[in-house]
Design a protein around this ligand. Structure first.
Ligand code: UDX
Ligand code: ADP
Length: 465
């Protein structure tokens, strides 16, 4: 099958960067990214590349190169579907907030709407690729919708989970550890697998492109994220023991990471993992296990999330107990709001829960994040519905200048590991803070000796020394 046009439904953190890289590497293919969100599409089309809706290092130059050549962003969803031989589905799949599976199962309504739209519009055979992280067997549901509605054209469904991590998305896409494609082993299924493999082969070595069946592909994505999140929860659980015993979690991580069977990555103790995938995918896994009556398996994976919640809570508890058991009316500065550095994404960021907990203790919070805008921070808090949006705006201020955010503060808490925090003038920050001045380093990035020399009382996650 000759592929000339690709369409991607959903211009978010996955769809945008992934399609930009495909367009850059395949100038012979037209790539159209569509979204129902007009503001988002307008931002992708903005002349000023600083206004792209997704911040990712290196993404702006790729968009600059390909946009208008063979990369297009549009709200005309039907037209793009009709024109394309391959359609990627890259819409959001949040955890359900209602009904059966509430708080656990993925909400598939956006996926189903897409499938129905594809079925309604398509007049020729198409390959439909599920890119969004989805519960196992979603492809079967998509297939059933596609084949039982519409114009009776043939749809081949592939699963092609995305393994990019935010903040390093461009590199992950340009040099992936592997590309995974799941499809059926029928002749048409094999043809579709080959068509998608050939696209990636424009820049990914063929031995790194794995093909498998659809269910294995879907489950591999959940498993990869569950294993990664489990490592973070494991090191975070050890960080609490370190704090009690006087050990240092960085030393422990270094020592175990040199064991080639364990390896050094994903062993950084933190205030808790965030992001749109880890929690959602584990909850999916727990839900699947429970629905098959595999209660022990479900409990095992659920513990990864419980430790993560515990880590966030104990960070906020530490701040309260250290500040003489009351933060009421005290100014606490958050450096960082994004769930990790080099992204403007705040989904499930630890900062949200820690802030919510401190605001419930009537603290006044000042936030500085190099990439997250005030509107997003307030919307993250309002979403929790713990207090009115007016109260949130009274109690929490967002600053554009980090020094201003720290001015007259009782304590600074590091919530995101942005590089720039390390090179701040910490003497200047100290001079303008209330004394004693505290730093709670939730990411373990600052220099303890230096801060203590200045006069700070310094707490690092995972260190009792
Ligand atoms: C993750 C997966 O890594 C990626 O393959 C998948 O496609 C999507 O989900 P992402 O959520 O973007 O990517 O970021 P990741 O780098 O995995 O970090 C997730 C969270 O774990 C962040 O909050 C990060 O700060 C935290 N983390 C990560 C730690 O606290 N310690 C670590 O050692 C590593
Ligand atoms: P992800 O991190 O998975 O990329 P995002 O929330 O960043 O998730 O992006 C998903 C995008 O999908 C959003 O911009 C949303 O507007 C879009 N979307 C959801 N449903 C549809 C639909 N039926 N048609 C077009 N776009 C959709």
């Amino acid at each position: 099958m000759k592929i000339k046009n690709i369409c991607c439904i959903g211009a978010g953190y996955v769809g945008g960067p992934t399609m930009a890289v495909i367009a850059q590497k395949c100038p012979h293919i037209n790539v159209t990214v569509v979204d129902i969100n007009e503001d988002r599409i307008a931002a992708w089309n903005d002349e000023n590349l600083d206004n792209l809706p997704v911040f990712e290092p290196g993404l702006d130059s790729i968009v600059k190169e390909a946009r208008g050549r063979n990369l297009f962003f549009s709200t005309e969803v039907d037209k793009a579907i009709d024109n394309s031989e391959i359609i990627f589905i890259s819409v959001n799949t949040p955890t359900k907030t209602y009904g059966k599976g509430k708080g656990m199962a993925a909400d598939l309504k956006y996926i189903e709407l897409c499938a129905r739209q594809i079925a309604r519009v398509s007049k020729q055979d198409k390959i439909v690729v599920e890119k969004s992280t989805l519960p196992v067997r979603t492809a079967a549901a998509i297939k059933s919708i596609l084949n039982n509605t519409g114009h009776h054209v043939h749809f081949e469904i592939l699963s092609n989970p995305e393994f990019l991590a935010e903040g390093t998305a461009v590199n992950d896409l340009l040099m992936p550890d592997r590309v995974l494609i799941g499809g059926e082993s029928t002749p048409k299924g094999k043809e579709a697998l080959k068509a998608l493999t050939d696209i990636y082969a424009n820049w990914v070595p063929r031995e790194k492109i794995l093909t498998t069946n659809v269910w294995s592909s879907e489950l591999s994505k959940l498993t990869a994220n569950a294993f990664l999140a489990q490592r973070v929860s494991s090191i975070n659980a050890m960080s609490e023991i370190c704090e009690k015993t006087g050990a240092d979690i960085n030393e422990v991580a270094k020592a175990i990471g040199m064991d080639s069977r364990i390896g050094p990555k994903f062993l950084k103790a933190s205030v808790g993992f965030g992001g749109s995938c880890f929690q959602k995918d584990i909850l999916n896994l727990v839900y699947i296990a429970k629905s098959y009556g595999l209660d022990e398996v479900a409990d095992y994976w659920e513990q990864v999330i419980l430790i993560n919640e515990h880590q966030k809570q104990r960070f906020s508890d530490l701040i309260v107990s250290t500040l003489y058991n009351t933060v009421s009316g005290k100014k606490i500065t958050f450096l960082g709001w994004a769930f990790k550095k080099d992204t403007n994404d705040t989904r499930e960021s630890a900062a949200i829960k820690v802030a919510d907990s401190l605001l419930s203790e009537q603290a006044k919070i000042s936030v500085y994040d190099p990439k997250v805008v005030a509107k997003q921070i307030y919307s993250d808090l309002d979403y929790l519905k713990t207090r009115s949006s007016e109260e949130n705006r009274n109690l929490l201020q967002v600053h554009k200048d980090p020094y201003e955010a720290c001015n007259q503060s009782h304590s600074v808490a590091i919530l995101t590991e942005w590089d720039e925090f390390v090179s701040y003038d910490w003497q200047r920050i100290y001079d303008n803070m209330q004394k004693p001045a505290f730093v709670f380093d939730g990411r373990g990035i600052l220099n303890k000796t230096e801060l203590e020399r200045i006069g700070f009382v310094y707490y690092k996650i995972g260190s009792g020394a």
